[in-house]
Design a protein around this ligand. Structure first.
Ligand SMILES: [Fe+2]
Length: 163
């Protein structure tokens, strides 16, 4: 029997990530000792470096000089995770009128689902570094303002750099 040309079926690839997978990915990239050399930790302004990217996954290294925060925002249709590489970050989340605060030090991280709204910042001295993973990659970020009735959307960032 003569061989036939079977149709080639491409691998589907990975386009869905569980929260645990996102956090493991953030931890893996955060363990790279070269990260501090990719940014200027003496710069007084926040910096970000895209470490890897595909339509399904986006990975950023961010710097957080003392006193910086990225204000209240969501991540569009993306779920994600972040891992503190060095320093300390304070994450604020809101449930109705109740504000929750979570301190994460180097080696700690967390994942989040779609529609997660938070405000991340460095309230300590010295520059903090963190790795952020988004799946799928960020396309929009909605900014929120605190009002007497809770968080209200104030602007949409189409660049997806809302972190
Ligand atoms: Fe964020």
């Amino acid at each position: 029997m003569a061989p036939t040309n079977a149709p080639t079926v491409g691998l589907p690839g990975i386009d869905q990530f569980s929260p645990a997978q996102l956090l493991r990915t953030a931890r893996l990239f955060a363990s790279d000792p070269v990260l501090p050399s990719l940014v200027d930790c003496d710069n007084e302004e926040s910096q970000w470096v895209e470490l890897d990217s595909s339509p399904n996954l986006q990975i950023w290294l961010l710097t957080w000089p003392a006193g910086t925060q990225n204000r209240w925002h969501d991540h569009g249709e993306s779920a994600g995770a972040f891992q503190v590489v060095s320093g300390t970050l304070l994450e604020q989340t809101s449930s109705g009128h109740r504000r929750e605060f979570r301190t994460l030090v180097a080696g700690e991280g967390r994942s989040f689902e779609q529609n997660h709204i938070h405000n991340l910042g460095n309230v300590r001295s010295g520059t903090a570094l963190s790795v952020h993973v988004y799946a799928p990659r960020l396309t929009t970020t909605t900014r929120f303002a605190i009002t007497p009735t809770g968080l209200k959307s104030s602007a949409v960032d189409l660049t997806g750099l809302g972190r």
